[in-house]
Design a protein around this ligand. Structure first.
Ligand code: URA
Length: 231
């Protein structure tokens, strides 16, 4: 993807970067017995998610957070789970981390409305604790169906939790960055082949701004792979 030098610099500066440079056996699937997300269209899926009681998070959430953006997006951004503000507003990445994510998207010529942003979990874990494996497994079918319907050209996993869940790996984020992965989980959904890039979570970048330049490199890799995928 070609960015004008001026725009690149403006956004990098805004981001605070120096410019010198077989899911069908989900445990605990008790909610809607027998309901399989595979045949659902977008609206049906949204409806299904909004009433989900597959895990205990349904008891503590204010509302589900389905995701936001363009259901025809080339880019799909996947984070960890809604936080307090996201739980209140029903939209992912609306806090400070979300503002930085918006800047990161601008830097690659995208907007919140042009990509699709989702999380591993559709419900907020209490006190923002890490998702439990059973919760991620219960929610996975929803995310996989979203990916299948969107058919993005690139998936950007932001943060360790998103990357480890998507790639079914316990590798560190340092080992998962700077390379092209493919969605390994989706044989049943024919998701294979969609390139996936891992980068730091914007909340981490807020705490460690010196890592932003690495994240920029990840974004550039993702942009290149998205182009190659569509070529
Ligand atoms: N962090 C995430 O990973 N997702 C959100 O939606 C908000 C914060």
């Amino acid at each position: 993807m070609i960015f004008s030098e001026q725009r690149r610099r403006a956004y990098l500066q805004a981001m605070g970067i120096d410019v010198w440079l077989p899911r069908d056996s989900i445990p605990g699937d008790a909610t809607v017995p027998g309901e399989d997300t595979a045949p659902l269209d977008w609206d049906q899926l949204r409806h299904c998610v909004s009433g989900c009681t597959r895990c205990e998070l349904s008891q503590s959430r204010t509302q589900t957070v389905f995701g936001v953006g363009n259901p025809d997006a080339d880019w799909m951004i996947i984070g960890e789970a809604p936080g307090a503000e996201e739980d209140r507003r029903g939209e992912p990445f609306v806090g400070r981390a979300g503002q930085l994510l918006d800047l990161m998207l601008h830097a690659i010529g995208q907007r919140r409305e042009s990509v699709f942003i989702a999380n591993i979990l559709k419900c907020r874990p209490p006190n923002n604790r890490d998702p439990k494996p059973a919760e991620a497994a219960a929610c996975r079918q929803y995310l996989d169906r979203q990916i299948e319907l969107i058919q993005p050209k690139i998936i950007l996993a932001v943060g360790k939790i998103a990357a480890q869940n998507l790639l079914e790996s316990d590798a560190t984020i340092g080992r998962m960055r700077e390379q092209q992965h493919e969605q390994p989980h989706g044989a049943a959904y024919e998701l294979k082949g969609i390139p996936l890039v891992v980068t730091y979570h914007p909340a981490y970048l807020l705490r460690s701004p010196s890592q932003k330049s690495k994240s920029w490199r990840d974004l550039c890799l993702a942009a290149r792979l998205a182009e190659e995928y569509s070529a």
